[in-house]
Design a protein around this ligand. Structure first.
Ligand code: AMP
Ligand code: GLY
Length: 430
């Protein structure tokens, strides 16, 4: 029986908590810091996730024997390494890579070099520091528009800029190297633009074997028809119609296997999730990015589609026997709608009371993304406030059910996209 702590406070963590809460292997579930949604299924702990000692104390006090990390920051900053250095925590099963493995997300330059080293398909690239701006301009001259410029380090999801003409690309490059993203942009990766349609593939690995979880597609732009500013994610769908068996076989052979093998050959022990952002270019998969955690809001669509016991998979991972596990993917479709505060991703208000005004249908899940309790009421506490997932026999049915679900969520200035999933309903494989 397991005492499990999930670290984080968003919709992703609520979905992971929800999935783990149904496991027969669970003794007690905790979330730090969690949110009012996780509080209905787990005990929220008041630990500061930036303060590793405070997490370690909470783990010891509550006799927690498994830690699942939601967001990337604690991983990139070495939370796993911190645990490994503490003999009292040596037996805790930790789902998430150490600092070295987390560089796959923490440094775009490192990730590109890793892919190049292990022959993993990705856009051609070069990386530059401020001192090489002349060569960077020369490299831009060899590329076709649009241009893809990526700050090397973590920049809160804002570090990728895609100028459409050479002049703006040169200007953007100069401001990035001049400190627009602080230290994260000290080096910039410039890469070829890939034309295609994106999807996210999720892998759970113990560094030797791996499980491929249900794939998903997220909707990053604020506006319908994928227009307007980039956001943390406005919705997600799983499965993804074009990720058929033939495509997923290519993903597994050309990307998943060489990634897990490459980490091992590089002597990087990796135990945790790998989120592979892919571009499907005419049926061929290319890696856009690695993340060392699950996606948000993809997790809210993926968890409901896992029929097997995720906690059993985690236990197997901890014991190095993931190879004997099988993930059962539901044949149903899931669609997640993220309800955001009006004005997001720019200026928005917080603190609006949240109401659920209609009965929640079966197979409809409300995951809290950005909420808190204030005077006994649940109020909005972030740009993304609530993720509504519906599971049904077809994408169209999931879509209709999810829109019925979100119509029962109410707070001032609520906004959500009304076109989620339509691109996949209309998708024709060419
Ligand atoms: P990232 O932060 O690496 O996920 O990049 C943000 C977004 O930029 C991705 O989700 C893609 O939509 C886009 N993007 C990144 N790299 C490329 C590329 N090489 N070609 C086309 N689009 C890209
Ligand atoms: N939805 C994209 C991410 O979690 O990075």
């Amino acid at each position: 029986m397991r005492r499990v702590l999930v670290i984080g406070s968003g919709g992703r963590e609520h979905a992971i908590v929800w999935k783990l809460s149904g496991s027969p292997l669970l003794e007690k579930l905790f979330c730090a810091p969690g949110n009012p949604g996780t509080a209905t299924l787990a005990t929220n702990l008041d630990a500061d996730i930036k303060n590793f000692s405070s997490i370690a104390s909470a783990v010891k006090e509550n006799k927690i024997d498994m830690v699942v990390v939601g967001p990337e920051d604690p991983l990139v900053n070495g939370l796993r390494d911190f645990f490994e250095a503490d003999t009292d925590l040596a037996n805790v099963v930790f789902i998430g890579p150490g600092r070295e493995g987390a560089k796959l997300e923490g440094s775009k330059e490192y990730a590109k070099a890793f892919m190049e080293r292990w022959g993993i398909p990705t856009a051609g690239y070069k990386s530059f520091g401020k001192e090489d701006i002349g060569s960077a301009y020369d490299f831009l001259d060899t590329l076709q528009a649009p241009y893809v410029l990526k700050a090397d380090g973590l920049a809160g999801g804002k570090g990728v800029v895609i100028p459409t003409d050479l002049e703006s690309a040169r200007m953007e490059l100069a401001t990035m190297l001049d400190g627009k993203f602080g230290d994260a942009g000290k080096r910039v990766v410039i890469e070829e633009y890939l034309h295609g349609i994106e999807l996210s593939v999720f892998v759970l690995t113990d560094g030797k074997d791996y499980l491929i979880l249900p794939e998903a597609k997220d909707y990053k732009r604020i506006g319908e028809g994928d227009t307007g500013l980039n956001t943390g994610g406005m919705g997600a769908v799983s499965p993804v119609v074009f990720a058929d068996a033939a495509f997923m076989k290519k993903v597994e052979e050309r990307i998943v296997k060489p990634t897990v093998d490459g980490l091992r050959k590089d002597n990087i022990p990796y135990k945790g999730f790998i989120f592979i952002g892919l571009m499907n270019c005419g049926g061929e998969p290319f890696v856009i990015e690695y993340n060392v955690r699950m996606g948000d809001p993809e997790t809210e669509a993926v968890m409901p589609r896992i029929e097997s016991d995720l906690l059993a998979h985690f236990v197997a991972l901890g014991e190095g026997r993931l190879g004997g596990e099988k993930v059962i993917h539901s044949s149903k479709s899931a669609l997640t709608i993220v309800a955001v505060s009006g004005g997001y991703p720019e200026h928005f208000e917080k603190g609006y009371p949240l109401e659920i005004t209609a009965a929640v249908e079966e197979d409809t899940l409300l995951f809290h993304s950005g909420t808190r309790k204030e005077n006994g009421m649940v109020v909005s506490a972030g740009g993304r406030v609530m993720a509504v997932t519906a599971l049904a026999d077809s994408l169209n049915a999931a879509r209709e059910k999810a829109y019925r679900g979100v119509s029962g969520v109410s707070f001032k200035d609520i906004y959500f996209r009304r076109d989620l999933g339509l691109d996949l309903l209309n998708f024709k494989n060419n």
